[in-house]
Design a protein around this ligand. Sequence first.
Ligand SMILES: C[S@@+](CC[C@H](N)C(=O)[O-])C[C@H]1O[C@@H](n2cnc3c(N)ncnc32)[C@H](O)[C@@H]1O
Length: 292
Amino acid sequence: MSRRQGGSRDRSSMGREINSNYGHGNLVSRTPPFGARSDSRGLVAAVNSPACAAGELLDPVAAYDRVAPVYACLAKQRGAYLDAIDRIVVSEIPPGSRSLLDVGAGDGARAGRIAGAAGLRDLVLLEPSGVMRSHCPAQANIWDMRAEDLHCRQGSFDVITCLWNVLGHILPTAARVAVLRQFVRLVPLEGRIFIDLNHRYNARHYGAVATAARFLRDQVSPGDGNGDVTVTWSVEGRLVSTTGHVFTHREFAAMAQAAGLRIEKRFVVDYASGALRRWSFEGNLLYVLRRL
Ligand SMILES: C[S@@+](CC[C@H](N)C(=O)[O-])C[C@H]1O[C@@H](n2cnc3c(N)ncnc32)[C@H](O)[C@@H]1O
């Protein structure tokens, strides 16, 4: 989806940015609400008006319960990006790896493809949304829980994935660091952790002016909440809003270090095309991490 279709401009509402482009290429509806545009398939609509995001703000898991019926469409719209991330992940999984834990697995489709391509035999999907889980393969091994509750689980996984800004639905920063610490506990020394994040300074996606404004705000008034956004979809004509977070590299690097993780590699991936980019302001950020 292009930025025009997606309505890339963010606007402030009660101190929180409304970011309809945040995670999924936007709003999905067969009957676009006021101010929305639909694509050629009549599926995609984007709304930039604060009024459209002013409805009930749901907990992320409750929001995904409502989004789940159209989730496959959302993923298809971002297919170029998601497929590119999956290819990089598969190429970076060390030979001999056997097990994968996918945190915030959604419908489990991506984890299934990654596990298949990398020859990982043991796959666990962690997914707290019941409706999302109902779209997972029937035979899948599923942990019905939030990432924040991982401390209750034992296990060891050669690979942990946490893809498409799942970490942005975990608030506040301290909770994200606690989740990353659990990842450290659950991978062996030679294991790998893959996390991709929506990049706060992705000027190619959000536009130069909005990105510059975000950057200036971070300089003048730094704060953990600066990256907090409201994510809004329209699902079958009804608006669904939840909280999210878009990250800076500096912010994530500090969180990783605090959790005991080393950034082994970082990829910048264009959110529209999936192409690898040189400069961080050109895309989202995919991290390959190891235990310190
Ligand atoms: C954008 S979807 C990504 C799904 C999948 N990773 C993918 O790339 O297709 C975000 C997922 O994170 C899940 N989620 C939200 N809050 C979560 C939490 N606290 N712990 C784990 N998963 C969460 C949602 O239910 C949803 O399935």
